[in-house]
Write a new protein. Structure first.
Length: 295
C-alpha cells in the first residue's frame, strides 16, 4: 500500500511518503506542490493533506485536487482537512451575540474568533495578531482558545512561554554556543546587506513602494491563507476533480485502513490536533470516464 502525505509539516508517519516545501525531518521529501505531485499516474492508494489547501489560490487548489485524482489508483481515497469556515462562522455569530449582551467572557471569545477568521488572510508579517494574542502573559479565555486551536496550538504556546529542558540543556553546551554565534553572525550579515538592499530599493521605489514590496514578499511566502472552505465548497471542489460523492468524516474516523494508528489528525489518547478543521474524504471511481470514450 502506498500512502502519500502532502504538505505534512511536523505531522508525518514513516510508513507514508511525506512531502513538504520545507521538510522538518529526514523522512520528508522537499517539494513545491504548486509544481505538481511528483508521482506516476494511478500509483497511490491514499492521498492525504491537512491545512494545505487554504494556502493556495483557488485555481492552484483546483489543480492540486486534480493531481491528487491523477496519482490515486482507481478505488483510492483522498482525505482532506481544512479550517472549517462554517464552524468558525457559527461560533463567531454566537460569540458576537454574547459580546453584544455585555458578557465579559463572550467578548474575549469574540476577539479570538475575529482573529481566527481574518488574521491569517490579512496579516502582513509573520505570526500576525494571532501570535501576539497567544503570546500574552494571561489568556482570559484560555480554555476556549485551546479548544479551538488544539494540540498544535498548545505546542506553540508552550514554546513561547516555556522553553523545553532540552533547549535549556543544549544552550549550555559548547557546540550550541558556537552554533548560536554563527547564527548571530549570519543574521548580522543578512541584516546589513538586507538593510543596504532596502536602502537602494527605497531610492527607486520610495517608502511606500518599498513597503509594498516587503508585504508582497511576505504574502508570497506561503504563510497566509488565500481561501476558506466549508463542506459544500470543498465537496464541490472534490467532485469537480473527479471524485465520487464526498463525505464528511471526523478526525478519528476514516475509510483509510487503520487510520487512527497513524496519529495524523488525532493523538492516541483521542486529542484532536486541529479541532477547528473540516475533514472530508472522496474515492476515485473504479472506472474513470473519459470524454473520448463517448465519441
Amino acid at each position: 500500500m502506498r500512502y502519500l502525505n502532502l504538505g505534512c509539516g511536523k505531522r508525518y508517519h514513516p510508513d507514508w511518503i511525506n512531502m513538504d516545501m520545507h521538510p522538518q525531518g529526514p523522512a520528508v521529501i522537499a517539494h513545491d506542490l504548486t509544481k505538481g505531485i511528483p508521482m506516476a499516474d494511478d500509483s497511490c492508494d491514499v492521498v492525504y493533506h491537512s491545512n494545505l489547501l487554504e494556502h493556495l489560490r483557488p485555481p492552484e487548489a483546483g489543480g492540486l485536487m486534480k493531481d491528487c485524482f491523477r496519482v490515486l489508483k482507481p478505488g483510492g481515497t483522498l482525505r482532506v482537512a481544512v479550517p472549517d469556515l462554517e464552524q468558525s462562522c457559527r461560533m463567531y455569530l454566537t460569540k458576537l451575540e454574547s459580546a453584544l449582551r455585555g458578557d465579559i467572557a463572550g467578548s474575549a471569545d469574540y476577539e479570538w474568533m475575529v482573529i481566527e477568521l481574518l488574521d491569517q488572510m490579512v496579516r502582513e508579517q509573520s505570526g500576525g495578531d494571532m501570535l501576539a494574542y497567544l503570546n500574552r502573559d494571561n489568556l482570559a479565555n484560555e480554555a476556549f482558545v485551546y479548544a479551538r486551536i488544539g494540540e498544535e496550538g498548545r505546542d506553540l504556546v508552550r514554546s513561547l512561554h516555556h522553553p523545553s529542558s532540552r533547549d535549556k540543556a543544549s544552550a549550555s553546551s559548547i557546540h550550541s554556543v558556537w552554533r548560536r554565534a554563527r547564527q548571530a553572525l549570519a543574521r548580522a550579515a543578512s541584516g546589513f546587506y538586507g538593510g543596504l538592499a532596502n536602502s537602494i530599493l527605497g531610492l527607486f521605489l520610495g517608502r511606500t513602494g518599498l513597503r509594498a514590496l516587503q508585504i508582497g514578499r511576505f504574502r508570497l511566502s506561503g504563510e497566509v491563507h488565500r481561501w476558506m472552505y466549508d463542506r459544500y465548497s470543498l465537496g464541490r471542489l472534490m467532485v469537480k476533480a473527479g471524485f465520487g460523492t464526498p463525505t464528511v468524516v471526523t478526525a478519528e474516523k476514516s475509510g483509510i485502513p487503520e487510520w487512527s494508528t497513524y496519529s495524523l489528525d488525532s493523538l492516541p489518547d483521542g486529542t484532536i490536533v486541529k479541532p477547528d478543521s473540516l475533514f472530508m474524504e472522496g474515492t476515485k471511481p473504479e472506472k474513470v470516464f473519459h470524454e473520448s470514450q463517448n465519441r
